[in-house]
Write a protein that binds this ligand. Structure first.
Ligand SMILES: NC(=O)c1ccc[n+]([C@@H]2O[C@H](COP(=O)([O-])OP(=O)(O)OC[C@H]3O[C@@H](n4cnc5c(N)ncnc54)[C@H](OP(=O)(O)O)[C@@H]3O)[C@@H](O)[C@H]2O)c1
Length: 322
């Protein structure tokens, strides 16, 4: 049988890159096409060297351009990157264009849409400003309501949350050393508040499980996390690993929002978005552990990295280590 043609959006980034890396191990099963805005960039060129076909397209170009990018595809792995534009309207337009193009692709067998839950519904209307979740959830609703055949016959939704945030955004996710040598992490969570966590590098394994699962994951949402962990617990493990004294400091939500603005340079609106996202877990518990979602950690045969295993494999950029 000819290999399945897999189009990966975000192939030069974390999630899509993990999908490409895993599927490349099975050249007899999968043939990869990476969508990128810039085929000349080093990450795209590295994929080309591995035999991945590069397809130059921008998600803002609309459904016709994307339908050409998806031409002949058996599988589309799709995401939108909120952080590029920080605009819900832009993210929704991109997501709808992906769905429209996917619906115009007669060969398509799997659409895997990496999204996030509806923050308003899951929080019972408590949090109204989590735009980077809301736009993705509206795209999911669009697929379900306006593309019933695409939804029923191809689509699987993923909700991730990465361990790797501590590598890409260390100032926010790793403790800082204070004058007395203690590594302090500030978060707006009580020490016992848990969040879903996964190595985003494991996205490829999950995607392969979905593709091998036939129709069993159509119309399903997968809460993609290996462990529910509190930031305080993650910090304690870091302390043991690196043999450093640590301190977990709970801030208020508004203090944390101010920190995101002053330390990380976020706008007031985006800092509120980010802080409210965290507060969902404080006020509503681990909303990914909902029986409406398949729990990735319970999928037979899918081995996902734990936090301890993730730490074994990476060097954290902790400042001031001897
Ligand atoms: N961090 C988390 O814990 C977490 C959890 C859940 C969801 N998310 C979501 O994950 C998304 C980001 O995914 P990521 O972390 O894999 O991204 P990433 O590593 O920052 O890479 C971004 C990717 O998106 C592509 N891209 C961005 N804008 C594009 C456009 N207009 N047209 C075509 N491609 C575009 C880029 O491709 P080129 O530059 O090559 O064109 C690149 O491959 C965000 O929407 C975020 O909300 C993150």
């Amino acid at each position: 049988m000819a290999p399945e043609k897999v189009v990966v959006i975000g192939a030069t980034g974390s999630q899509g890159g993990a999908v490409v890396k895993e599927l490349l191990k099975y050249p007899e099963c999968y043939q990869l096409r990476a969508l990128t805005r810039n085929p000349a960039k080093p990450a795209a060129q590295a994929l080309a060297k591995l035999g991945v076909e590069l397809y130059c397209a921008d998600l803002t170009s609309g459904p016709d351009v994307l339908a050409s990018a998806f031409s002949g595809a058996d599988v589309v792995f799709a995401l939108t990157d909120f952080w590029q534009t920080q605009s819900t309207d832009d993210e929704i337009a991109q997501g709808k264009a992906i769905a429209d193009a996917a619906a115009q692709t007669p060969t398509l067998k799997n659409l895997i849409w990496s999204a996030l839950p509806d923050p308003v519904k899951l929080s019972g209307g408590l949090f109204l400003n989590v735009h980077h979740w809301k736009g993705k959830s509206l795209v999911t609703e669009y697929i379900q309501a306006s593309k019933p055949e695409l939804w029923a016959k191809t689509t699987t939704i993923l909700f991730p949350n990465y361990f790797e945030n501590c590598l890409t955004t260390p100032d926010r996710y790793l403790p800082a050393k204070d004058a007395s040598g203690v590594y302090t992490l500030t978060f707006p969570h009580s020490p016992g508040t848990v969040m879903p966590n996964v190595a985003i590098a494991d996205t490829g394994k999950l995607v392969r499980t979905i593709l091998e699962g036939g129709s069993q994951y159509f119309e399903k949402t997968i809460a993609f996390y290996s462990q529910s962990l509190s930031e305080a617990d993650k910090l304690a493990t870091i302390g043991q690993r690196y043999n450093i004294p640590t301190c977990y400091q709970k801030s208020s939500s508004s203090e944390f929002q101010s920190l995101l603005q002053s330390r990380d340079g976020l706008s007031e609106e985006i800092a509120l978005d980010f802080a409210e996202q965290l507060m969902i877990f404080e006020k509503c518990g681990n909303v990914y552990a909902n029986e409406a979602f398949i729990q990735a950690a319970e999928i037979p045969g899918l081995k996902l990295k734990t936090w301890a295993e993730f730490l074994d494999e990476c060097e954290l950029p902790l400042k001031g280590l001897k």
